[in-house]
Design a protein around this ligand. Sequence first.
Ligand SMILES: *Cc1c(COP(=O)(O)O)cnc(C)c1O
Length: 404
Amino acid sequence: MTEQVTRATFDEVMVPNYAPSAIIPVRGEGSRIWDSNDNEYIDFAGGIAVTSVGHSHPKLVETMREQAGKFWHVANVMTNEPALRLAKKLTEKTFADKVFFCNSGGEANEAAFKLVRRHAYLNFGPEKHEIIAFTKSFHGRTLFTVSVGGQPKYKEGFEPTPQGISHCDYNDIDQLKALISDRTCAVVMEPIQGEGGIIPADVEFAKQVRELCNQHNALLVYDEVQSGVGRTGTLYAYEQLGVTPDVLTTAKGFGNGFPVGAMLATDGAAKSLGFGTHGSTYGGNPMACVIAEAVIDIVDTPEVLNGVKAKHELFVNGLEAINEKYSVFKDIRGMGLLIGAEVVDTYKGNAKAFLTAAVEESLLVLVAGPDVVRFAPSLLIPDADIVEGLARLERAVAKVVANS
Ligand SMILES: *Cc1c(COP(=O)(O)O)cnc(C)c1O
């Protein structure tokens, strides 16, 4: 028998680490979602930059059904063809020579951070274990990833946390120069900070970070969990910075909602995770791998990637037009379809007000920290849905302004 459930059920039976909105989505198609009362919403959130090709994409539904009838899982004592095909594709399309599969962004980063420690340990000795990351960065919710992440609130009360990690302000090369040393095993950065407020790296900064890593025999890790898989208009954002990392992590948009992540690495870095040093029961399972391969096939075409750039223009122009009328944003920024609008001081700390008002206008948006409204729709969102969504956003903005 199916149990009757409502939003109130959440407070009864779920650990209270989330505070979900009142609506409960029950189905989606492309960039539209319907809730349990059959209300329709335009989805500018994409499940936080996850549903990269939209809901219920027919090719993904077909791929999934086909694999579901074959097999879902074998232990990693055997390999499988979907994993091998996907790894081959990723190495052909990126800087990487080797791939490790897992199930989430946090796990991909956990693998990356373990790899850089072990790489330094094997090649230079245990003193070389320090990791430098950036303030405001986000790398996941495991104990190691909250420690590397640059938002202290996420590790509060969970101490003692892993040590040997320091943080430096993003885009501040002088601070990094002061911190980095021959004890540094890696520098970890997002090429565009997502959770931290949609802050792109300066190209010059990114290049100098690479230089500093080279000078100190430190590996450069790019966390592309949010920026990857076409989100910024290239398959991975590093391509646009003209910087090649040694290790890259990918998840979120990689599976379009099916849990799958990967760590990509050069041969030199990858060999430090030798037999038995790391693993994952589900990582690289055939279901996840056929889906991720299908996502990559859909996204990595000139039409889709150029489309992301064109849709960026349409989006940003629309936001600017709204802002000309209402003056609610002090900065509109981002890359591709990862866009942030920082609110003016009147709404400082309350970007959430725009999210709440948007839901009332049947539009799903995100925030990135307390001051930035964030948009991360499907890369395939039809222009008409962008236009309609922006019209709904304008009504939401008008409401926020009227009530303030
Ligand atoms: C979301 C995110 C993560 C964590 O991914 P999970 O799949 O939630 O573990 C890590 N890094 C970045 C940049 C992210 O945006």
